[in-house]
Design a protein around this ligand. Structure first.
Ligand SMILES: Cc1cc2nc3c(=O)[nH]c(=O)nc-3n(C[C@H](O)[C@H](O)[C@H](O)COP(=O)(O)OP(=O)(O)OC[C@H]3O[C@@H](n4cnc5c(N)ncnc54)[C@H](O)[C@@H]3O)c2cc1C
Length: 382
């Protein structure tokens, strides 16, 4: 069947979807609400299967030039002592594993966007989804600026607060729930660290576990010019907006830095010197029962919100995009959507439960978790 796919959201999932559809020779147009891509967002880890998807798009070299290869993790306590026994440390050794990376979100967006433009993909900015209707002919989509478009299918890649999902499965079908955690993401030019620079510009990525939080700091680029960090805290009772994401950034930094007073590593100074910080109360939806309805399907964070402790959100987004494009290449949209849901569900469930691994630091049954070296079969062949 001939498709024209309308993609809502030009984030990681939306851009990857458009590129995989192009590879499948299917036309698409991406509608993104932002006016431009800015230098926003922090870093994220991409697991080997996500890296394989990026390589399938022919972007392996670009990815290498824009990311940090995670080969060594140190899991430490506040005195900088290893947290685990030697045997567990050995299990965490990544040298023999497939490629695992840390990357700044805006660097990855830039890699995907440049490629999409090079391939002539139509990306429209300043277009915020308002609504859609569907019938046997196709889907009519309307935007808040009063314009509209018509396609054969609609792909919702519009993130955690997906409007597509809300319209497709109205409340109370999949309510957005507070995850019980907060996330703070920071990025800093290392020159601003002065005498403390040398502590953080190593190839080893550092993870600290303490009280109710974990702190991750790592390079996200082959150069030492910038590094990024994230602080994920378990907060069963939501912190009031005015005391967290609504708080003036300088005051928030003082609160965060105070947690690291007296620590062996100068994390307190790192936080104090960071200009670029995003603080977010984190939200989730439960595992979705249905991935599509009629001609409308969801992918990426719109479909499954990944706990940051699983570190899998971006990897899942790439897998979704590749697999859905492959199914659309080989089947009509009804079968494609059926196979997409049927074949992806067990993977999504495994990822959903994987956050427990870091929540509880329970490494006894590592094979039960979606961890570094599994994913989907990265195979584009028929
Ligand atoms: C600005 C930003 C910063 C982020 N920073 C981090 C970070 O520091 N660390 C981390 O781990 N994850 C971060 N994330 C989340 C991370 O990008 C995703 O978890 C993951 O990459 C999956 O991507 P996605 O494309 O499904 O969702 P997203 O990356 O959230 O992309 C969704 C896209 O849809 C667009 N959109 C939303 N609603 C509409 C609408 N109604 N109409 C049109 N377009 C719409 C959004 O503007 C966005 O570009 C960030 C997301 C965003 C949008």
């Amino acid at each position: 069947m001939e498709h024209k796919a309308i993609i809502i959201g030009g984030g990681i999932a939306g851009l990857a979807m458009a590129l995989f559809l192009k590879k499948a020779d299917i036309e698409s147009v991406v509608y993104e609400q932002a006016q431009v891509y800015g230098k926003v967002g922090g870093h994220f880890v991409i697991h080997p299967s996500g890296v394989q998807m990026i390589e399938m798009l022919g972007l392996g070299e670009e990815l290498k030039k824009n990311s940090h290869h995670l080969i060594d993790f140190a899991v430490l306590d506040k005195e900088n002592n290893p947290l685990f026994e030697e045997e567990v440390e050995a299990e965490l050794e990544l040298e023999d594993m497939p490629y695992l990376i840390n990357i700044a979100r805006f660097h990855l967006i830039n890699v995907l966007y440049k490629e999409a433009i090079k391939q002539g993909i139509n990306i429209q900015f300043g277009k915020r989804l308002r609504g859609f209707t569907q019938d046997e002919e196709g889907v009519n989509v309307t935007f808040e600026d009063g314009t509209d478009d018509f396609g054969s299918i609609l792909i919702g890649a519009d993130g955690v607060r997906s409007k597509t999902r809300e319209l497709l499965f109205p409340f109370p079908a999949n309510p957005l729930k507070y995850l019980g955690k907060t996330g703070v993401y920071g990025m800093i030019e290392t020159e601003k660290l002065g005498e403390f620079k040398e502590y953080f510009t190593t190839d080893t990525s550092l993870i600290y576990f303490h009280d109710n939080f974990n702190f991750f700091v790592s390079k996200h680029h082959p150069t030492d010019e910038e590094i990024s960090w994230s602080l994920i805290s378990t907060e069963p009772r939501k912190i009031a907006k005015k005391d967290f994401e609504g708080k003036p950034i300088e005051e928030l930094k003082v609160d965060l830095a105070a947690r690291f007073e007296g620590w062996e590593m100068p994390i307190q100074q790192l936080i104090e010197a960071t200009d670029n910080i995003i603080a977010k109360q984190l939200y989730r939806i439960d595992l979705m029962e249905h991935y599509s309805h009629g001609r409308v399907v969801l992918i990426g964070d719109a479909l499954h919100t990944a706990d940051p402790n699983a570190g899998m959100g971006t990897t899942l987004a790439f897998e979704d995009a590749m697999y859905l494009a492959k199914m659309l290449r080989d089947h009509d949209y009804e079968d494609a959507f059926y196979y997409f849901e049927h074949d992806r569900k067990s993977r999504a469930e495994k990822v959903f439960h994987s956050a427990n691994l870091l929540d509880n630091l329970e490494f006894d049954n590592v094979e039960d978790y979606a961890f570094f070296n599994d994913g989907v079969e990265a195979n584009w062949d028929k």
